[in-house]
Design a protein around this ligand. Structure first.
Ligand code: AMP
Length: 220
């Protein structure tokens, strides 16, 4: 199964991609994760990407397309994958179609996770994580026992730079402008399904599994 997960930042696509990948032994390919890793290792890719990411802007198309082109050649992709956060622009989607054509494969389904904007802002600006053990928290939904401290290792929690309110608003603007045209792109290819991304992680996962059952039967 080869899937694309679309949806604004904070819609929960990374979480769902992770769970689905574990369940079906798919590879989760997140351009955001690959870029963050490059930034933290200060590689040439990371040095290029950092300023775009800190502002909540998109990294240039040629950079992410090159990265995905290489990643999809890896042998672990043969058993299927979930693309989380790619494509994000029409040129990226067109480049992906070309790569898939070269590989003589297709995408089975593009899933759009839909969440209202005020929920997204609350979800994103409340996220915190532990820099030591990487445990994730949310100030409203999963607060630490002591303010700002990790329950497990006691480290001071941090906020991703791009989860600050102004940057979040920019990321949402960029999504509306650059990424929403992809809904039409994949709808025209008859592979788009929309999922309500509100509610618990489990309920969204159940809905996703329902939609994917239809994929196996060749239905929408
Ligand atoms: P994410 O974790 O998917 O929200 O991505 C974090 C940041 O990485 C984004 O705000 C962009 O700056 C960058 N990024 C991730 N994926 C892409 C992409 N497909 N195209 C351009 N920039 C991306």
């Amino acid at each position: 199964m080869r899937l694309i997960f679309l949806g604004p930042p904070g819609a929960g696509k990374g979480t769902q991609a992770q769970r689905l990948a574990e369940r079906y032994s798919l590879v989760k390919i997140s351009t955001g994760d690959i870029l963050r890793d490059a930034v933290s290792r200060k590689t040439p890719l990371g040095l290029t990407a950092k300023s775009f990411m800190d502002q909540g802007s998109l990294v240039p198309d040629d950079v992410v397309i090159g990265l995905i082109r290489e990643r999809l050649k890896d042998s672990d992709c043969r058993s299927g994958y979930v693309l989380d956060g790619f494509p994000r622009t029409v040129p990226q989607a067109e480049a992906l179609s070309k790569i898939l054509e070269e590989q003589k494969t297709t995408i089975d389904r593009a899933i759009s996770f839909e969440v209202p904007e005020q929920d997204l802002i609350r979800r994103l600006t409340g996220r915190r994580s532990c820099p030591a053990c990487k445990r994730a928290y949310h100030l409203d939904f999963q607060p630490p026992q002591q303010p700002d401290r990790c329950d497990v290792c006691g480290e001071r929690l941090i906020q991703r730079k791009d989860d600050r309110e102004e940057t979040v608003k920019n990321r949402l603007r960029v999504y509306a402008q650059e990424t929403t045209p992809l809904l039409k792109y994949y709808d025209e290819q008859k592979i788009l399904s929309k999922i309500d991304g509100r509610g618990s992680i489990d309920s969204v996962m159940n809905h996703l599994l329902e939609v994917l059952k239809g994929v196996n039967k060749g239905q929408k």
